[in-house]
Structure formats: structure tokens, C-alpha cells
Design a protein around this ligand. Structure first.
Ligand code: GAL
Length: 387
């Protein structure tokens, strides 16, 4: 009897030891990332491909939270079949899956019904309300890209669940602050030319033909980002007017609404995918041209005020594939915490036929002679900013 018990004890101890060794080897063999390798498959801490496209990053309580479009394979994977996924990280290299932060719903009446389009989600923390606010480009199910709305959701926790509030065609019935008095007097029909891309047509867009067209129903809102300034004011920046012109709009103090203060930027310039950062009191913006999922040459702008005038600085990329933004399109510019003048250009290399396989391009930005400069790096890490 005694012998049997000691054999059992021995076997039990052996099992525990095997389990312990197994767990430990697993931990040791787990790949710990320490650099950025753009264009490679990026794995999360469960060794699954990070699924957060067209994303944005919020820093809260010593943690970065990356929100992005959860894509699946196949063409319909470009629509929202799950929602917005969230990952967390303390070092920007290793990301833990925090699940779906904003879920699409099975209710066909809802604006965020499964199969709608949710793109470029951006989350910000509101110091006054202590709420997390998510904005995103919303297209209603079955309407292609015609709805051109911006949606907003709210949460008490950084990882969600976010509660969907509403969507907008912003700035209904308000003129932009940089709109000339004389332009207000003419109607859209007086100025808009039927033939696009002619000299007259460019002039009519510059003089607000599309702003007038959408004055009553609200301005179109497609590719977007949110920027929170040092004074806590937040701005919604989006491609509008059939993607011809960028609009910058101030948000209310709770970040849930528009204040009616807004401007147009680069009318008829055909900019989308806006991403913005501020260094030494100067605002810099990087955008793309409009070629759908295909890459094109990025553009850059600067201004000493969010309200412009925004000066065009041309393509910020240099080197091989600079004319295609290294085969990617901007989505967000991330300020690295605790480092001065350290910004990461985040972009997507889209795979429209197999969207889940879209890749992430992260590159350091350097402002040289008052211009943001982007160079390709096969592999880099945050010590880049210490040099
Ligand atoms: C891109 C845009 C993406 C997505 C795509 C659809 O230009 O940046 O976010 O909207 O068009 O074709």
C-alpha cells in the first residue's frame, strides 16, 4: 500500500515537472519582436496575423492600443463582417489581441449591420468625459461608397465594447471658414461645369461647387483621421467633395459632434488617406492621391495653424518606390511616447482580393529643412530616434 502511494506520488511529480518544462520551453521559444520589418506578416502574441488595417493608435495609461479594420479573405472581406479589432502593446513591437472593440450587428436596420463598410477607425480618449471615442468612415450596406458618412461610437474602457452612437454627413448648412463671400452668392449650377478636369471645372471646384451641392444634406466624409491638439481640442480630417478636397472640422469638447468650425484644404487636389502630426508648433499632414486600393505617390503639407493656410510640400518619400509610397497608403502618424520628435508613419499595403493578407508599413519620419521625409528601412527599431 505504502509502495503504491509513493509510486503514485513519483508519477504525479514527474507529470508536474514535464508540464512545467513544457510551459517554460514554450515561453522561451515564443518569438519576441524587437524591430519593425515592414511588409512582412506581423504576428500577435498568439502567433496570429495582426488584423487591424487602416488603423490608428491611441496611447493610454502606459499602453498603446491599435484599432483597425478586421478583414477576412475573399473580395467581400473588404466589408465589415466582424467590426473593429483592437490590440495592445507596451513596446510597439509585441501586440496582444484584445478582441473586437466595435462589433457589427446582425440587425439589417442598423447602420452598422454586418456587410456595411467600416474603414480607418481612430480612437481618442476624452479627458473631460473620461470616455473613449471611436470615429470611422462608414458606408451603408449595399450602397457602395455613396453614403460617405462618418460614424462615432463610445466606450468606458480602452478595449471596448464600443457602443455605436450615430453617423454624420458633417457640416450641414454651414460654410467653411475659408469660403469667400462672393462664392456664397452663386448657386452650384452657376459654377459647376459638366466636363470634369477642365480648367473651368477646377476653378468651379476651388470656388466651392461641391460644397454648395452638399450644403443642405451635409458634406461627404470618406477617408478620415482624428487629431487631438496640445490644448485638448480634437479635429476630424476627411476626404470630401467626391474625394476632391480635404475638410478639417473641429469637434465639440466631448468629441462626439461637430462645432460648425471647418475649412477646406487643397480644393480639387484629390487627396485622401490623411495622417497628421505636430512638431515644434508646426502641423504636418501626409496624404495619398486617389487610386483606390492601388498605391500612388504620397503628398505632404504644412501649416502653422490647423486652420491653414496649408502649404503643399510634395512627395515626402525618397529612394526606390518613392513614387508609390513604397507600395502603401498612409493611415496614421503615431507620436512615440517619451521620445522627442519621434513619429511613425503607419501605412497599409492593401490586398483587395485577399484583404486579410494586407501588410503594414511603418517607417520613421524625419523633418528635414521643414519637410517631412520618409525613407524605406528593411528593418528598424525605436533607437532610430536616439541618433
Ligand atoms: C482607398 C481608401 C481606402 C478604401 C479604398 C476603397 O482609396 O483609402 O480606405 O476606401 O479606397 O476602394
Amino acid at each position: 500500500m505504502k509502495k503504491q502511494t509513493s509510486i503514485r506520488l513519483l508519477l504525479y511529480t514527474l507529470c508536474v515537472c514535464i508540464l512545467f518544462v513544457n510551459c517554460n520551453t514554450k515561453k522561451e521559444t515564443k518569438k519576441v519582436n524587437a524591430s519593425f520589418i515592414s511588409g512582412e506578416k506581423w504576428m500577435d502574441t498568439d502567433s496570429l496575423h495582426i488584423n487591424a488595417h487602416g488603423g490608428g493608435i491611441m496611447f493610454y495609461n502606459n499602453t498603446y492600443y491599435w484599432f483597425g479594420e478586421h478583414k477576412v479573405s475573399g473580395r467581400e472581406g473588404n466589408t465589415a463582417l466582424f467590426g473593429v479589432r483592437c490590440y495592445s502593446s507596451t513596446d510597439l513591437y509585441n501586440w496582444k489581441n484584445e478582441g473586437i472593440a466595435l462589433k457589427v450587428v446582425e440587425d439589417s436596420i442598423s447602420e452598422i449591420t454586418k456587410g456595411c463598410v467600416i474603414e480607418r477607425p481612430k480612437v481618442v480618449f476624452n479627458e473631460k468625459t473620461k470616455k473613449f471615442v471611436m470615429w470611422f468612415h462608414l458606408e451603408l450596406k449595399g450602397q457602395g461608397y455613396n453614403a460617405a458618412r462618418t460614424g462615432v461610437a463610445i466606450s468606458d474602457s480602452p478595449t471596448g465594447p464600443f457602443e455605436y452612437l450615430k453617423s454624420y454627413r458633417p457640416n450641414v448648412g454651414v460654410w467653411p471658414m475659408n469660403f469667400k463671400e462672393e462664392w456664397k452668392k452663386t448657386s452650384e449650377k452657376d459654377t459647376i461645369s459638366n466636363k470634369w478636369w477642365t480648367k473651368e471645372w477646377y476653378k468651379s471646384v476651388e470656388e466651392g461647387a461641391f460644397v454648395k451641392r452638399d450644403f443642405e444634406k451635409g458634406q461627404m466624409a470618406r477617408d478620415m483621421t482624428i487629431f487631438v491638439d496640445d490644448d485638448g481640442k480634437a479635429y476630424h480630417i476627411h476626404a470630401s467633395e467626391e474625394n476632391l478636397t480635404l475638410h478639417i472640422s473641429e469637434l465639440t469638447d466631448d468629441y462626439l459632434d461637430f462645432t460648425d468650425k471647418w475649412i477646406t484644404v487643397a480644393p480639387a487636389g484629390h487627396n485622401e488617406a490623411p495622417a497628421i502630426f505636430k512638431q515644434d508648433s508646426v502641423y504636418y499632414m501626409i496624404t495619398s492621391g486617389c487610386t483606390g486600393w492601388d498605391p500612388n505617390a504620397a503628398r505632404s503639407f504644412k501649416s502653422s495653424s490647423i486652420w491653414g493656410p496649408w502649404e503643399s510640400l510634395g512627395n515626402p518619400c525618397i529612394g526606390k518606390d518613392a513614387d508609390l509610397t513604397f507600395n502603401s497608403q498612409s493611415t496614421y502618424i503615431l507620436p512615440v511616447q517619451g521620445k522627442k520628435d519621434a513619429f511613425i508613419f503607419m501605412a497599409d499595403r492593401w490586398k483587395p482580393k485577399n484583404p486579410i493578407d494586407g501588410r503594414y508599413i511603418w517607417l520613421p519620419i524625419k523633418v528635414i529643412d521643414g519637410k517631412p521625409i520618409l525613407k524605406w528601412h528593411d528593418k528598424w527599431d525605436l533607437t532610430f530616434f536616439d541618433k
